[in-house]
Design a protein around this ligand. Structure first.
Ligand code: MIC
Ligand code: SF4
Length: 646
């Protein structure tokens, strides 16, 4: 029994815990109040919801957003939208129509509630932590289970406290705060942890600024990030016409943290994450003068009204440099409308910004790929190699202030050197109009409704229980920090096939190895060898579903990212960890391996021995699974496990 006080996250966990104990590293089951999906992961979520025969969602609120696949260069994406719209109507889910905005921005404005739990089939669901809600990214299957009223399982995280002191200087933004935290902790620094913000500095940050910080906590590998719910939160909810949702939540004075850091907001200077990792952080002053060719402003990290009013104030009366192409995607219809009404939109347009619709757009490689070897400054959260759609592009992640200043200058520019500070006043009330959120049908009406399925929507491949022994080849060897963008790339050419696994499989791992899909298919079965933090980045379960379709039985790695390891298990792929990291060098692509008692190990052991027949060496592996995960793997995956009545 804990005798110390509780942190914010612990309080929310305590009030939602359904199984397990709040002991760091142990599995706990949580009640989930709200869920969200987006369209790139949503089709799979709803196909699985249907396969599990869940007639009606049991959550307090579930919302299906359309924001990722909005480039309709063929029928596929439009068909997916229609499928999600009709399935949502029938199963009790609200539907946010294309044009309404990016899931995390809209959810923050219209639905996020302090003290509640939210899971979303998107890794940036912790954006809701900006309002004091416990938001977590999850695999689609876990979201489908939660919609059906099922428990969501996580490993009880350790809590990291970031104490904020002082206040931001003019032209230094919330983005610089999270870039500083990334510089401090790195892309693995938040693994197994929830990041909690506290201290005097919190008060000086608005909810959307807090949400920029919690959003990009995903890049730390953290389970979630959260701010207290305070007077600033109340004001934001009031401006959204939702003051009744407010509850105050703060950590107890004697709450205990596992790690603590201090960030002095007053000392922060503009920062940039350099290619090709969000933690490759440098001071903008060190990059000043570098020629740039593109600037993209938007994404779920930096597309709030405050961000875009700041950009408009910097661009007002100026012209975007002739060598630069500037895109701006407002985060939501609410933001877009208010920009239009106050005239700021005209300032953006006159300066030469190319206004894109309220959606993820360039962030997920949906258009606006940079020129060959182009330098692109983006206010987004990820700069993984190739994600922009141009393999040799150099993508830097920066604040809206830096992005706007650089767009005018044509070179990397420290916004604090402009010698001018925009005066931003946010309106007391935001423009509220939920006309693009369709309500679900009543249970009675729902019975008569049919779900529309276009020809590109194929069933989810089925899994089979594992064989007793495993004798296969290593079909791929990759290094550290492999992202889900390497495993299952996105972008205009690939995203339309998120609901067509056979077609999608043609793109699997092609960023690393063009021949992988062919080779894996030819082998029929195999394993992948990975380095540390395998599967970091997005929540896309396609990064597990597709390898499974290509016959991958196990991934052996130095360590795994949280959401991805859950997805591997959900799709019946066994995640083995190398006991000695050095053994990574004793396994090569093409080696024949043998694991005796593969199925028995899944059933009851926490270790196994891999015999590398090609090199004639034995390598110890560890297997860290809960009983529930063992049962899922033995059933061939979560869908099969659930169908067996679990
Ligand atoms: C991303 O930012 O990588 C995405 C696209 O939003 C993903 C989800 C997906 O792959 O559909 C995420 O972050 O989970
Ligand atoms: Fe969309 Fe980009 Fe945010 Fe992912 S990170 S949800 S692609 S805006």
């Amino acid at each position: 029994m804990q005798t110390m006080g509780y942190t914010i996250a612990e309080k929310i966990i305590k009030s939602h815990i359904l199984s397990g104990e709040m002991i760091v590293g142990k599995e706990i089951g949580l009640k989930i109040d709200q869920t969200l999906t987006q369209d790139a992961t949503g089709t799979a979520v709803y196909l699985q919801l249907e396969a599990m025969e869940i007639p009606r969602v049991k959550t307090e609120l579930s919302v299906a957003y359309i924001d990722h696949n909005t480039l309709q260069a063929g029928f596929e994406n439009a068909d997916d939208h229609r499928y999600i719209q009709t399935v949502a109507k029938k199963h009790g889910i609200r539907f946010s129509r294309p044009g309404n905005g990016i899931c995390h921005q809209v959810h923050l404005e219209r639905f996020s509630t302090p003290g509640k739990t939210l899971i979303g089939s998107d890794s940036h669901t912790p954006t809701a932590g900006g309002i004091g809600m416990l938001g977590m990214g999850a695999g689609g299957l876990d979201v489908a289970v939660a919609m059906g009223g099922g428990t969501y399982y996580i490993t009880m995280p350790r809590i990291i406290k970031i104490n904020l002191t002082g206040a931001l200087s003019p032209m230094v933004g919330a983005k610089d705060v999270i870039l500083e935290v990334l510089r401090l902790l790195g892309v693995k620094g938040g693994v197994g942890a929830i990041i909690e913000y506290s201290g005097e500095g919190v008060k000086s940050l608005s909810v959307p600024e807090r949400a920029t910080i919690t959003n990009m906590g995903a890049e730390l590998g953290a389970t979630s990030s959260i701010f207290p719910s305070d007077e600033v939160t109340r004001q934001f909810l009031k401006a959204e016409g939702r003051e009744e949702c407010f509850v105050e939540i703060k950590a107890d004075d004697d709450a205990c943290y596992h790690e603590e850091y201090t960030v002095d907001l007053s000392a922060l200077r503009p920062l940039a994450a350099c290619p090709h990792s969000p933690d490759n952080v440098k001071a903008v002053s060190a990059l000043e003068g570098m020629k740039i060719s593109q600037v993209c402003i938007g994404s779920c990290t930096n597309s709030s009204l405050r961000d875009l009013l700041t950009v408009a104030a910097i661009l007002k009366g100026k012209t975007v440099h002739p060598d630069v192409s500037l895109s701006i995607s407002p985060g939501s219809k609410q933001v877009y409308t208010m920009l239009a009404e106050c005239g700021a939109l005209a300032d953006l347009i006159s300066a030469g910004a190319r206004i894109l619709e309220c959606a993820c757009g360039p962030c997920i490689g949906m258009g606006f790929s940079p020129k060959s070897a182009g330098v692109s400054l983006r206010t987004f959260n990820r700069n993984f190699l190739g994600r922009s759609g141009t393999k040799d592009a150099e993508v830097y992640l920066v604040s809206p202030e830096c992005a706007a200043a650089s767009a005018i200058a044509g070179v990397f520019t420290d916004p604090t050197t402009l010698g001018f500070t925009p005066e931003i006043t946010l309106p007391e009330y935001f423009k509220i109009n939920d006309n693009l959120i369709d309500m679900p049908a009543s249970p009675e009406e729902a019975e008569g409704l049919t779900v529309e399925r276009g020809p590109n929507i194929k069933p989810i491949p089925k899994g089979a229980p594992p064989a007793e022994n495993l004798a296969v080849k290593v079909v791929l060897k990759v290094g550290d920090n492999i992202t889900t963008d390497h495993i299952m790339p996105a972008g205009t050419k690939v995203l339309p096939y998120r609901s067509n696994i056979p077609k999608l499989s043609e793109f699997c791992f092609t960023v690393c190895d063009r021949d992988f899909p062919e080779r894996a298919k030819k082998e029929g079965a195999g394993v992948i060898l990975g380095g540390a933090n395998y599967g970091q980045g997005s929540s896309r379960e396609h990064a597990a579903m597709v390898p499974k379709y290509l016959g991958i039985k196990a991934v052996i790695a130095k360590s795994f990212a949280r959401i991805h390891v859950a997805n591997l298990i959900n799709f019946g792929i066994v995640p083995f960890t190398l006991v000695n990291e050095g053994d990574y060098d004793r396994i090569d692509e093409g080696d024949e391996i043998y694991i005796e008692g593969f199925a028995s190990a899944i059933k009851e052991a926490d270790c196994a021995t891999l015999v590398n027949k090609t090199k004639n060496v034995s390598i110890p592996l560890s297997l860290s699974l809960t009983d529930r995960q063992r049962k899922i793997l033995l059933s061939g995956g979560m869908l099969e496990y659930t169908k067996l009545g679990n």
